[in-house]
Design a protein around this ligand. Structure first.
Ligand code: 13P
Length: 287
């Protein structure tokens, strides 16, 4: 059964480790992440962006697929199904569809509007037992060729949003979605520390987990980060393994073109990436 992410993240914050959110794209992705979590006895959060939700034919399809897998793969570790960077409308759709957690990304609104919408969604999510993440300070990344360097959130605004009863908070600390540019300045631990001082026990979320060096990850966890989002890194490892299989001509050998064979190296690569991250984040054995 899917669970809210609140309990697993409160435990992670108290225990000084982080739970990984791995974004899913299809059946292979979901299966690979769940298998790894179960093998490593780790809690896990499956992230679904609006685009990925649409790609997988809608949120109800995703809920059906994940619930079926939990039962038929005998998954016993805590699993949350979480909307990633949701709009106001998508949050309501996921609450209805049976997600166990949502993120409302109101960071592009004025702080007043972000507060008003977050407050309303906290009540709607909690009424149905879902956990809710909110965001302050936009997270950088490449959008249509424009590369953002990652902005730092205002700690006072973080406190305003944290006080609305959300379960965990995403705050920009110089992190960026996708690959980090060569001239990236690194995470702002000063900002993270200031946010943690003001928000106390609130689990903090680090987006843009792809490519952040291990020492920065460890330091972020020591300053209150309890959830780390990883998306691009699984895509890169899936693509590299699939390319290798085809370039070696394996799809031409026997029934190597069978999708169950063709997609197997990519699925294994996702498992290897998820394992590496869970070990780095310290969530292994914490289910
Ligand atoms: P990356 O794609 O950089 O791993 O970021 C993932 C993320 O933060 C999803 O919200």
């Amino acid at each position: 059964m899917l669970v809210s992410a609140k309990e697993m993240l409160d435990k992670a914050k108290a225990g000084h480790y982080a739970v990984g959110q791995f974004n899913i794209n299809n059946l292979e992705w979901t299966k690979a992440v769940l298998q790894t979590a179960q093998e490593l006895n780790s809690p896990v959060i499956l992230g679904v962006s609006e685009g990925a939700g649409k790609y997988m034919c809608g949120y109800k399809t995703v809920v059906g697929m994940v619930n079926g897998m939990l039962e038929e793969m005998n998954i016993t570790v805590p699993v949350a199904l979480h909307l990633d960077h949701g709009s106001y409308d998508a949050c309501y759709k996921c609450i209805e569809a049976g997600f166990s957690s949502i993120m409302f990304d109101g960071s592009h609104y004025s702080i007043e509007e972000n507060v008003a919408k977050t407050k309303e969604l906290v009540a709607a999510a909690h009424e149905k037992g879902l956990s809710i993440e909110a965001e302050v300070g936009s997270i950088g990344g490449e959008e249509d060729g424009v590369i953002g360097m990652g902005e730092c959130a205002d700690p006072q605004e973080c406190k305003m949003i944290a006080d609305l009863g959300i379960d965990f908070l995403a705050a920009g600390i110089g992190n960026i979605h996708g690959k980090y540019p060569a001239n990236w300045k690194g995470l702002s631990f000063e900002t993270l520390d200031a946010i943690q001082q003001l928000t106390g026990d609130m689990p903090l979320v680090l987006h843009g987990g792809t490519g952040i060096p291990e020492d920065m990850i460890k330091k972020a966890i020591s300053l209150g980060v309890s959830k780390i989002n990883v998306n691009t890194e699984c895509q890169l490892s899936f693509a590299a393994a699939t390319r290798k299989y085809i370039e070696e001509g394996k799809d031409q050998e026997g029934k190597g073109f069978d999708p169950r064979k063709l997609l197997a190296p990519g699925a294994q690569a996702i498992k290897d990436t998820v394992k590496e991250k869970m070990e780095m984040f310290g969530s292994v054995g914490k289910a």
